[in-house]
Design a protein around this ligand. Structure first.
Ligand code: ZN
Length: 213
């Protein structure tokens, strides 16, 4: 296995639509090795997900995995999932907001709002069709990773670029703000109405966490 080089924002492969993987290709030793390398690379850089274009390979594959640790205090455990040719369908108009980061955009965090619940259809690493429902954190990670397969980055999904932050300032200001917002009895703060409103009065344990897919 090998640690692969991660493409950084500005590399054209991060803006290209990845091609589908064929069943024959998926069965080859070369591809199995690639999947193992993708997983190893995700773990090496402590990502909770990694998409093939992020390691300079334009195929529709992403891997996802998270275990509770200091970097993701509010994130539930997510067992390893390999998504080949995934299709994601929103199941709700309710949106979840999350401070996202990306191994291809190091040092930045941005507040992104996405559908809170999605249906995922994909092949696993053995070519077996899998269908599951992803909610909250898992829904965020799935959508972030599958966006990579269409050449989209989390910055494209942001409603408001004033909610973009360097990691250090995010930890200093926004994490502190979110922690304050968790205190019981704190008056809820209403933002703008409608789509894109800042819903600071949300249930923070569900709606706020760090994620660096
Ligand atoms: Zn990413």
């Amino acid at each position: 296995m090998a640690i692969l080089k991660v493409a950084q924002m500005g590399h054209p492969i991060l803006r290209a639509r990845a091609r589908a993987v064929t069943p024959a290709e998926l069965a080859t030793p070369d591809f199995k090795r690639f999947l193992a390398d993708l997983v190893e690379t995700m773990r090496e850089y402590e990502g909770v997900g990694l998409a093939a274009p992020q390691v300079h390979r334009g195929v529709r594959v992403a891997v996802i995995e998270a275990y509770r640790n200091a970097r993701y205090p509010d994130a539930p455990d997510v067992p390893l999932r390999i998504l080949v040719n995934p299709r994601v369908t929103p199941l709700t108009e309710t949106r979840i907001e999350w401070w996202e980061g990306c191994l291809s955009i190091p040092g930045l965090r941005g507040l992104v709002r996405r559908p809170r619940k999605v249906r995922v259809e994909a092949l696993d690493g053995t070519g077996t069709p899998r269908v599951f429902t992803a909610e909250d954190f898992l829904a965020v990670v799935v959508q972030h990773e599958t966006d990579h397969l269409d050449g989209r980055l989390f910055l494209d999904r942001m409603d408001d670029l004033s909610e973009l932050s360097f990691q250090k300032e995010y930890e200093r200001h926004h994490l502190a703000h979110e922690s304050n917002a968790r205190e019981p009895g704190r008056p809820s703060r209403r933002g703008r109405a409608g789509r894109g409103a800042r819903s600071r009065s949300r249930r923070p344990t569900t709606f706020t966490a760090e994620v660096t897919p």
